[in-house]
Every structure is written in C-alpha cells, then in structure tokens.
Ligand binder design. Structure first.
Ligand code: PEP
Ligand code: MN
Length: 299
C-alpha cells in the first residue's frame, strides 16, 4: 500500500500481508448479489429511499428506480441518526416492506445492519448487508459479518483514511468473507458548503491498491440533490464500479435525508446520462434487473 503509514497498515501491506490488496487477486474480485455482479464490466446502480417509511413510499420509490433501470433496491430500516430524537427507522416491519418491494420488481436488496444481533433477521431478507460510515470501525460487527456468506457493502468512515478503510475490509476478508464491496460516501473536511467532501482520488487509489469493487454514494457525499448527478458522473470517470443513490417519491416529505434525495425524474435523468460517460471510459451499464422485463412484476 503506497502512501503514508500512520498506523502500521502500510508496513504490513508493503510486506504483502493484507488479503485486500491487489496483489492477492490481481484480476480483481467480482461480488455477486442475486443476478447482479459488482467489479465486472457492468456498472451497477443501487437506488432507493434513505429510509423505509411505509409501504406506499417504498413501493413508489422501488417502482421509480426499477422503471429507470436501477439494479439493486436500497432502503434503511435501522437508521444511525445523529440525534436520538430523529426517526430511527421502522425496524423489522420495514424489512418486510422492503423485501416485498424487491420481490415485486425482481431487484436484490441492500440495507444497513447496525449491530450483530440484527444479522440473522437481515440475512433472511436482504442480499447485501451495508455497514454504515459510523460503524466502519465497529470491529465486533465486522467480525460477525466475516462469518456470513453474503456480500457486505463497507462504507468509508467519516474521518477514516484509505488505509483504515482497507484495514476494516481486511477484518471481513481475513475473517472468512471475501464478498466485500467498498463504498466512498464523502469524508468530513473543513468545507461546509456540502455535507461531506467526495474523495474521488480515494476511489482511484483504492481501485489501484485493492482488488475489491468500489462504489460511490454521491448522495451522502454532497447532501444536496443538485450535486448528485454531476458527482455520480464524476465517479464513473474516476473508475467506480457502481453507485448508491438516494431516491424518494416526495423528497420534501422524507423523514430522513430529503435534501439529498433525487426525485424519480432526476433519477431517470441520471440513468440517461450514465451510458455515454461509461462508454468514454470503456464500460457499460450492467444488464437490467428482472423488473424491466414485462410480466415479471407480480403485484
Ligand atoms: C445511508 O446509506 O443511509 C447512511 C446512513 O449512510 P452513511 O453511513 O454513509 O452515512
Ligand atoms: Mn441517508
């Protein structure tokens, strides 16, 4: 691992010890979730609401993102909120709603797991377990997820260096779970105009140094729906393998992260803008999910 070594990570990596480093799998790791493959030629788009708020809202979001060509449906049911008074997520009832919407549209699901005790329930319902930025160094959670045979989407911590991020991934891979997708979601800097600062050089750096797929979340990176589309396109150019984007049918009524949620119209606009940028860097959009095939929608 090139770059500054401030915690010993570089030393181990330079010695070739870490399993997440590119030398361990020079061809690159591909991670499968249902029919979707991360890290292959196809660029993957995960989209949906920040939080599952109810059946109607989740169904409307799922319908919109499926129709526009998203591959994976996102939705949080356990929400790590800064304030204890903010909406904390629907929990298990929300998971059932999300699962039903995923089934209906033939889309695999990604949702955040906040603690190890939630893993058994999540395993039954979702295809990708998300570790949120605030939990990137929750080592007991990482150790528990290392024992699971399902993909983990590992978000970069708010103040984590790229070395710390890879070492968190190492807990998963070395512990027995090689199905790891990294997610750059912006870091905290002195800049306050945006919610976070999207660190695109980290995307290029991690793609070079590690064999793991890397996706970008332009929603939390900017906190501003007007910036999500340009940053998503920049992520493509930087070499990302996919996106995680928040979409809400009525963002002004969202219980969580409304300012950064794309409307269905803006999300369609994004999906329309991706192919030429992907083509410019020699890539294509991943083949569509089942929901786009007429007759696969069951309800
Ligand atoms: C989320 O994806 O809704 C989320 C809470 O993200 P992060 O952990 O990146 O803040
Ligand atoms: Mn959110």
């Amino acid at each position: 691992m090139s770059g500054r070594n401030d915690n010993g990570a570089g030393g181990q990596a330079d010695a070739g010890g870490l399993r997440v480093l590119r030398a361990a799998n020079p061809a690159g790791t591909r991670v499968r979730a249902g029919h979707v493959e991360f890290g292959g030629p196809g660029f993957v788009v995960m989209a949906g609401p920040c939080a599952v708020e109810g059946q109607e809202q989740t169904q409307a979001a799922a319908q919109a993102v499926a129709h526009a060509g998203a591959h994976v449906l996102r939705g949080g049911v356990y929400k790590p909120r800064t304030s204890p008074y903010a909406f904390q997520g629907m929990g298990e009832p929300g998971l059932h709603i999300l699962a039903e919407c995923g089934r209906r549209h033939g889309m695999p699901l990604v949702s955040e797991v906040m603690e190890a005790s939630q893993i058994p329930l999540m395993l039954d319902a979702v295809d990708i377990l998300q570790v949120g930025a605030r939990n990137m160094q929750n080592f007991s959670l990482l150790r528990a997820l290392a024992e699971v045979n399902k993909p983990v989407l590992l978000k970069r911590g708010l103040s984590a260096t790229v070395q710390e991020w890879l070492l968190a991934a190492e807990y998963l891979v070395a512990g027995g779970n090689p199905h790891v997708i990294l997610c750059e979601r912006g870091i905290r800097t002195f800049e306050t105009a945006t919610r976070n600062t999207l660190d695109l050089s980290a995307v290029a750096w991690v793609k070079r140094e590690s064999h793991l797929p890397v996706v970008v979340d332009p929603s939390h990176a900017t906190g501003d729906r007007g910036l999500v589309v340009p940053m998503a396109l920049a992520a493509v150019a930087a070499g990302a393998d996919g996106l995680l984007v928040e979409v809400h049918p009525t963002p002004e009524r969202a219980l969580c992260d409304g300012a950064q949620a794309l409307t269905p119209e803006l999300f369609s606009e994004l999906m329309g803008k991706l192919p030429p940028v992907l083509a410019a860097v020699g890539r294509t959009l991943h083949p569509a999910s089942g929901a786009r095939e007429p007759g696969r929608i069951t309800g």
